[in-house]
Design a binder for this molecule. Sequence first.
Ligand code: BG6
Length: 480
Amino acid sequence: MLEFNKSFPEGFLWGGATAANQVEGAYKEGDKGLSVPDTFPGGKNRHKIIFNPNFNLEINKDKYFYPNQEGIDFYHRYKEDIAMFAEMGFKVYRMSIAWSRIFPKGDEIEPNEEGLAFYDRVFDELHKYGIEPVVTISHFEMPLYLVTEYGGWKNRELITFFERYSKVVFNRYKDIVKYWMTFNEINAGLVMPLYGLGILIKSEEDKYQTTFQAFHHQFIASALAVKAGHEIIPGSQIGTMIVYVPTYSYDSNPENVIFALKEEQLFNYFCGDVQVRGEYPSFIKQYFKEHNIELEIQEGDLETIKDGTVDYIGFSYYMSRTEKKSKTAIEVGAGNIIGGVKNPFLSVSDWGWEIDPMGLRISLNQLYDRYQKPLFIVENGLGAYDKVEEDGSINDDSRIEYLREHIKAMGEAIKDGVNLMGYTPWGCIDLVSNSTGEMSKRYGFIYVDKHDDGSGTLERKKKKSFFWYKSVIATNGEQL
Ligand code: BG6
């Protein structure tokens, strides 16, 4: 008799997620070096500013405010924050280590002890409450020096630096951290090359040849890290981390269907296929040919990639995308941050991100069908404005509604047969937005009194969703 999946399994990893560059602040303390996001100004135009090919990565405080330099001061307030995560019942906490705390410039031989000691303290605090850390080794936070002096991941030398950095953190935290991911949203480098790959695109040639060469180096570095992690920490689980955006065809016109499929292969599967299967997928060869990309592959590279495949698929899910081969001028840009056209069946967030819980069930099915490895939703959530009422309460019903529908979709996917390990909603405590640098784009169960201009007391407050999520965890997803 075949056994059918019920809903959330025992031991399901409920928790929340953040990243060092968006919460820690203290950008110069503890001998930390400058990182790329320390140079990103805040504001709605952040993406336009930093993706201008002439953006010079220099800090000009007369002209801009730099929100990532301050974050929400997690560096000093981690005890208070972790106590609140524990109160919600978190089983896991996804966080990242700032590479520039451990290797301030990135190319040093010896790590910075003060940086390592900070994460000792954070992990000890988590341990105190029985919360397992899930650690991203690099979350959009490269030491700036590696970009300005080495040209980011287009330079093969970065493989050595990243391998050294990974081995240092595996050795240091081997007794306390079991779950790891190498690069956050590795495929985001396709659309945000500065975040993921540390490169500024200056020409069409750069766009294709340099981007994919940089990916090749990152794949090798990731595979070497996975291999080292398995050796240093027996039983460790090391995952990939991709942004997954299920891509629908606008209609049943086969021209649109194949267009959507090709977009999806490149964005959703290229990086995952390399890291999960250990080989470049067949579809990418044609893409390389069409874009005159000739990868420089050294002897042993492909074997290294094959030897360092991941144990699970971590992914972020925020939205779906709807694609059409020929778009009218009005349709162009009417879709999501990631592209495509407007989907008439979906509503959007305050920031125009299409809300699609069924898309999460679709994603889980697609990823599991393709890879047959455990899945882990390591980011999902609603970036929205919050209002603090006169009595101090924050009634974030729309966030609860968003999360409830996505958790229901997860439950359905588990019944569909998907092996889902856990769920860590993004920005479990309000943090600096990655795309805009705003504080007002809030995701948290915990409100942080900090504003777009940097003002605020940094006081933490529990939102209505705090109590709601606590009961979701306590009932293992039964009470939504
Ligand atoms: C993911 C990133 O792309 O989306 C996070 O891994 C980011 O760093 C999150 O914060 C939400 O995006 P945003 O732009 O709303 O902060």
